[in-house]
Design a protein around this ligand. Structure first.
Ligand code: C2E
Ligand code: CA
Ligand code: CA
Ligand code: CA
Length: 276
């Protein structure tokens, strides 16, 4: 068992070398994971700070590996990005999210799905989502699509075209990990963005670190001045929750309210939460 663990680490580390045998075997393993139904949809609630209502939930993927157990996304998403497999992964997650929304009932809450750089380079991507929406009978307005600054900057013009198509359909668009990119703020003006999501690195310690608190405060103001809603991720305790409320931040997500949980558990959690 100890030996196979070492091999696993080498497999994931080999991601950069796209031509290697290890990469090919991890890629075929990921393909098999989809065929064998080993991917799992986890959900983490996004709460409105003003009244603690669950207004959304973020879909976060995990891989239930037969030998390795539950594999976290950062162990296979970067690799999936390099090989292009991430496009299939996005569609898998969106399909699972649409199924969940159909079950919950559209209009109750929004489901947030993470997009990759590849998705924003694919002009056919919006039409691929249409097909999934049709199949589940849920509207685009039931979803928020989270996009990182670096994914936009890969090819800003193409990304703008794809984002415009998504926005026209009614998808809410959110800039994820806001503040960690090295991009310019100009794209906020140009792109059809609806929400800023403050990266958890600024939020997690804001009750102890004055500079972090100032960055959060400025980001909330910036978002509101641009007419955007603002979400803080990494809300780890009650102090941070109260501080964000005082700053007029709109929504919060974090371990203080709930860690990501299997989607079946999320349904029960949300019901219990609303009953108090
Ligand atoms: P992300 O999109 O920034 O997602 C938020 C991450 O922060 C999640 O990690 C979540 O579990 C974690 N988190 C939430 N609240 C707290 C908190 O209070 N404290 C701390 N320390 N962490 C918190 P997770 O699920 O491991 O996902 C990591 C990253 O993997 C995501 O970061 C995202 O970039 C990527 N990812 C996950 N699922 C998908 C997916 O379906 N598609 C794509 N393209 N990427 C995904
Ligand atoms: Ca995200
Ligand atoms: Ca984030
Ligand atoms: Ca992140």
């Amino acid at each position: 068992a100890a030996k196979s663990k070492t091999t696993t680490v080498q497999l994931y580390d080999a991601g950069l070398d796209a031509g290697s045998v290890q990469t090919l075997s991890l890629l075929s393993e990921l393909r098999r994971a989809v065929e064998r139904n080993e991917l799992r949809l986890f959900m983490q609630p996004k709460l409105r700070l003003a009244d603690s209502a669950v207004v959304a939930a973020e879909a976060l993927v995990r891989w239930q590996h037969p030998e390795r157990g539950l594999v976290p996304p950062l162990d296979f998403i970067p690799f999936a990005e390099q090989t292009g497999f991430v496009s299939q992964l996005t569609l898998w997650v969106f399909d699972a999210a649409a199924g969940l929304l159909a079950q919950i009932g559209a209009g109750t809450l929004r489901i947030a799905v993470n997009l990759s750089t590849r998705d924003l380079l694919d002009l056919e991507f919006p039409a691929r989502l249409d097909a999934i929406l049709d199949r589940h009978g849920v509207p685009a307005t039931g979803f928020c699509l989270e996009i990182t600054e670096s994914a936009i900057m890969d090819d800003p013009q193409r990304a703008q075209a794809v984002l415009q198509r998504l926005s026209d359909r009614g998808f809410k668009l959110s800039i994820d990990d806001f503040g960690t990119g090295y991009s310019s703020l100009a794209y906020l003006k140009r792109l059809p963005v609806d929400e800023l999501k403050i990266d958890k690195s600024f939020v997690m310690n804001m009750e102890k670190d004055e500079d972090d608190a100032k960055i959060v405060r400025s980001t909330v103001d910036l978002a509101h001045n641009l007419g955007l809603t603002v979400v803080a991720e990494g809300v780890e305790n009650a102090l941070i929750w109260r501080q964000l409320r005082a700053l007029n931040c709109d929504e919060g997500q974090g371990y203080f309210m709930s860690k990501p949980m299997p989607s079946a558990d999320f349904l029960h959690w949300a019901q219990r939460w609303h009953q108090g």
